[in-house]
Design a binder for this molecule. Structure first.
Ligand code: CP
Ligand code: NVA
Length: 313
């Protein structure tokens, strides 16, 4: 099954069936890789990876994953490319379309990624913007499914800043019938447009998406407690004020008591121990954060195969 859209910019653009299909293909590719079964579905293809922000997981998982698919990935940071010197995104899109087979981009403005996709003839994959982080949220669904078997009817509670991660998790949960509560204080709540769109999708799937500033109320009965940094890339000047505003929005052993006994603890990483999550919980038995990190590679391989090859998976 091919994906309807040329690009993967937002989980909101995917159908519920497409989301499940991406997870199924990721699972298949993960099994093939673990068993040493060749799966060079993108043999001879090239992926350009454009980075305007730092990365460990995204860069390594795309680059290694595409290599395992038989392809070659090019790393282009702002400082090594003409993008950093102001070459228009629409020119970059048309130039790269003549040379490579796909583009992965991590940048600030989501609109820039939409523009890149509009001008590119080849697939564009969103590797994080200020608004969204879809590859991470799809990965998180895979990780929950691996640990719990099913997704529908589960409750994910996101703790902290209503940021790109919160937004993509809202879209993701809504597509698979999971309830999600975003526990964030006033001033740090998610974008209301994203909330409304996710709520519409959730309504169609019979689940709920909500925002609840009362953290303990939100976390009651959670199957998954999820958090992300209080200060995202590009917000460093606000670090002190964010620390103050968000200091109660932490996953710690007290909060874990309110969730289900077997709740999973998740974090997209990098983590700031002692801020959004305590050391004991991050390193404790509920934490699946390194499974999430590994699954980035398997999930993104699925996305690249589905967008960039004709493989019938
Ligand atoms: N979770 C995530 O996207 O990590 P990186 O910033 O290291 O890519
Ligand atoms: N919200 C974080 C996610 C990092 C993977 C950021 O944008 O910096």
């Amino acid at each position: 099954m091919k994906l309807i859209h040329k690009d993967l910019l937002s989980i909101h653009d995917l159908t519920a069936d497409e989301v499940v299909h991406i997870l199924d293909v990721a699972e298949k590719l993960k099994t093939m890789q673990k068993r040493g079964v060749p799966h060079e579905f993108c043999k001879g293809k090239t992926l350009a990876m454009l980075f305007s922000k730092a990365s460990t997981r995204t860069r390594v998982s795309f680059e290694t994953g595409f290599y395992q698919l038989g392809g070659h990935a090019l790393y282009l940071s702002d400082k090594d490319s003409q993008i950093g010197r102001g070459e228009p995104i629409r020119d970059t899109a048309r130039v790269l379309s003549r040379m490579v087979d796909g583009i992965m981009i991590r940048t600030f403005s989501h609109d820039a990624v939409v523009e890149l996709a509009r001008y590119a003839d080849i697939p564009v994959i969103n590797g994080l913007t200020d608004l969204l982080h879809p590859c991470q949220a799809l990965t998180d669904l895979l990780t929950i499914r691996e640990h719990r078997g099913t997704l529908r009817g589960r409750k994910l509670v996101y703790v902290g800043d209503g940021n790109n991660m919160a937004h993509s998790l809202m879209y993701a949960c809504a597509k698979v019938g999971m309830d999600m509560v975003c526990a964030s204080p006033a001033g740090y709540q998610p974008n209301p447009v994203v909330v409304r769109q996710a709520q519409e999708d959730a309504h169609a799937m019979g689940c709920t998406i909500s925002v609840e500033p009362d953290l303990r109320k939100a976390a009651a009965g959670a199957d998954v407690l999820y958090t992300d940094v209080w200060t995202s890339m590009g917000e460093e000047a606000e670090r002190d004020i964010r620390r103050q505003a968000l200091h109660e929005y932490q996953i710690n052993s007290g909060l874990l008591q309110v969730a289900k006994d077997d709740a999973l603890v998740m974090h997209c990483l990098p983590a700031h121990r002692g801020e959004e999550i305590t050391e004991d919980v991050l390193e404790g038995p509920h934490s699946v954060v390194f499974d999430e990190a590994e699954n980035r590679m398997h999930t993104q391989k699925a996305i690249m195969v589905l967008l960039m090859s004709d493989a019938a998976l």
